[in-house]
Design a protein around this ligand. Structure first.
Ligand SMILES: Cc1cc2nc3c(=O)[nH]c(=O)nc-3n(C[C@H](O)[C@H](O)[C@H](O)COP(=O)(O)O)c2cc1C
Length: 177
């Protein structure tokens, strides 16, 4: 069983959730091969080799990020004092491709692979979520989406994650197997 986890992250919270999901899969099946990598490094050969493809990103404007929302995220961070390192990372993420572009180049799966989608999102009731849009795109590429799209909560625009979300991500990952 080979799992590939692909994430987009401006401030690092979605990356932390992705790594916790990988950890949960490892704990559930120590023999499972798990690759966890940013969307800028996930090429077609790797995704083609996956039996299970897990994709996640931050919620921006109620859905998946766009090049505009990623630029907004980078400039919001640049205005915050003491956040120089985070602002640099957000700027680099904004310059690179996001999940929408990545999906345009994702080859259809040829052997009916499984998939799942997650996002990070704010605490508000009407926060929306990126995961339904991600799941929809996975289905369009003929993936068999095996779990309800899941959202993990961040406390502020740039985090931190709400207490308990990393444990919940580990459990969610383990339940995918
Ligand atoms: C431009 C922008 C728009 C956002 N819009 C929403 C939103 O509509 N709903 C929501 O729950 N969170 C929203 N957020 C908060 C993000 O979900 C949060 O920054 C993200 O989960 C952090 O993940 P990351 O650290 O991986 O980038 C927005 C953030 C930015 C920067």
């Amino acid at each position: 069983m080979h799992t590939v986890i692909v994430y987009e992250s401006m401030y690092g919270n979605t990356r932390e959730i992705a790594e916790a999901i990988a950890d949960g899969i490892h704990r559930a099946d120590p023999s499972a091969a798990v690759d966890c990598l940013p969307v800028t490094e996930a090429d077609a050969d790797l995704t083609r080799s996956a039996d299970l493809l897990v994709v996640g990103g931050p919620t921006h404007m109620h859905g998946m990020s766009s090049s505009m929302s990623r630029r907004m995220a980078a400039s919001a961070e640049a205005k915050r004092e003491g956040h120089e390192e985070a602002a640099k990372e957000a700027h680099e993420a904004a310059e690179g491709q996001g999940l929408r572009t990545w999906f345009r180049h994702l080859p259809d799966t040829e052997h009916g692979s499984y998939a799942a989608a997650f996002d990070t999102r704010g605490t508000g009731a009407g926060s929306g979520g990126a995961a339904p849009g991600i799941a929809h795109r996975l289905e369009r590429h003929h993936y068999d989406v095996v779990a309800e799209p899941e959202g993990f909560v961040v406390e502020g625009l740039d985090g931190p994650l709400r207490a308990g979300e990393l444990d919940r991500a580990r459990a969610w990952g383990a339940a995918l197997l």
